[in-house]
Design a protein around this ligand. Structure first.
Ligand SMILES: C[S@@+](CC[C@H](N)C(=O)[O-])C[C@H]1O[C@@H](n2cnc3c(N)ncnc32)[C@H](O)[C@@H]1O
Length: 233
């Protein structure tokens, strides 16, 4: 009988934010698979897991997702990952694929999950703490309160759609903001919302920053901006 595939959210960085369910699943899994951008890289999600799970006798397998925007390369990465997982599952082993934050938020895993279900494998998804929820806690601010709404957008998206979210929602989370801080500042300035922005960067990791946008500062990949209109003035 084929093994079961688990998609496990491991939270944004602090290993204490791993859920009991995630730890239980990781301890029981035969194989832990983790995403990397380049072969041989040490996975951030695996670093979190190794702080709370004994990996010494556990089989670990890397899945390479090159973050290539070209559709052909992306399809190839997913095909390779699906083939790798299929051969392990066909051997009757259960595999936990770990992913940073929550599985349902911009996670490469969900495409893989769809492919594996299409191939007939049984899957289970275990949620994790999303980075922006952890960042809001660090900033001690509500993401929403009363009847407010919340938009979660990617800074890789179309600028006019990001601006539309800024115009339409009380609260906006700008994900994948690290490389796009200049664009974020421009859109926020145009919308009169720069003072409403709080950067949450490397939450639960070395170099954590929570505070206003500091122009000229370099922000890394693990950077998100929370915009809260109540804080605009
Ligand atoms: C591919 S998405 C993954 C999101 C993740 N599944 C989640 O639930 O937060 C990567 C983006 O998530 C955000 N992110 C992930 N970890 C973070 C952290 N520790 N601190 C701040 N932002 C983080 C950043 O915006 C980053 O560019």
């Amino acid at each position: 009988m084929a093994g079961r595939l688990y998609g496990v959210g491991v939270g944004p960085g602090d290993p204490d934010l791993l859920t009991l369910k995630a730890i239980g699943c990781l301890e029981a899994a035969d194989v832990i698979a983790y995403p990397v951008k380049t072969p041989g890289e040490k996975g951030t999600a695996l670093d979190i897991v190794r702080q709370r799970t004994d990996l010494s006798r556990k089989e670990t397998v890397e899945l390479v997702f090159g973050m290539n925007s070209e559709t052909k390369a992306r399809v190839c990465d997913y095909g390779n990952a699906a083939a790798k997982l299929s051969s392990i599952l066909d051997g009757g082993k259960n595999v936990a694929v770990i992913t940073l934050g929550d599985v349902s938020i911009y996670s490469t895993y969900m495409r893989l999950n769809a492919e594996m279900e299409a191939r007939g494998y049984e899957t289970t998804i275990i949620p994790g703490v999303p980075s922006f929820c952890s960042g809001a806690a660090e900033a001690r601010m509500p993401l929403t309160i009363g009847e407010e709404g919340l938009a979660v957008v990617s800074m890789n998206g179309e600028p006019k759609e990001i601006r539309a979210a800024m115009d339409s929602f009380d609260n906006i989370v700008l994900m994948k903001a690290g490389r796009h801080m200049d664009l974020a500042v421009r859109l926020l300035d145009d919308a009169g919302l720069k003072k409403a922005a709080t950067v949450i960067s490397n939450i639960g990791m070395e170099g954590q920053y929570v505070g206003p946008i500091e122009e000229g500062r370099q922000y890394g990949y693990f950077t998100t901006v929370i915009v809260k209109k109540g804080r605009a003035d």
